[in-house]
Design a protein around this ligand. Sequence first.
Ligand SMILES: [Zn+2]
Length: 218
Amino acid sequence: MRKRRTRYRQRGRDVSETWIPKTSLGRMIQEGRITSIEEIFNEGLKIREPEIVDLLLPDLQEEVVYVTLVQKQTDAGEKSQFKAIVAVGNRDGYIGLGGGKAKQVRTAIEKAAANARLNIGFVRRGCGSWECRCGEPHSMLFQTAGKCGGAEIVLVPGPRGLGLVASETAKVILGLAGIRDCWTRSFGATRTIPSFSYAIFDALRKSYSLVTPGDWVR
Ligand SMILES: [Zn+2]
């Protein structure tokens, strides 16, 4: 398993040398027929291999958002498993979040990192702050809200230089997405990190719900 983790951390070129694609999308990328992640989203294709994301976004970074040991009492005795949540992003508009479970902590993190890549999506950034109006993509373009379980978050565009007015978990995820200035308001089970992190991810993904065809052309 150690070998696999190393492979994810490698830069694009190295991945292509060792990787044998299993899907037709993977083969198209290896053959150089698809060269950007935007093409995949434009065509509405689904990414089923994490290596695709490493190849197309070579500057991808990952952060372990959450790890915990879950113990369960079963007929056969006590069963323990690690649960991990990992966020990946290129700090320039792409963000993914995923979870993984395994007996070993390392394996749980690897599974979460692979799932985060499969869940990657684009965040529509901009300068939605009336105090700023610089037009640069340093914040959100408009206010969005996200929800998961009992946790809720609202992302409010902020002026340049504000920074991330957010909890540690939100700072990590927003930072990986490339949001530099933002106010946040959170409600409910904000201390439940799994729900809260998915609520943040939901809010970021909703930035894309008002996309016009012109945005793709740009
Ligand atoms: Zn601005």
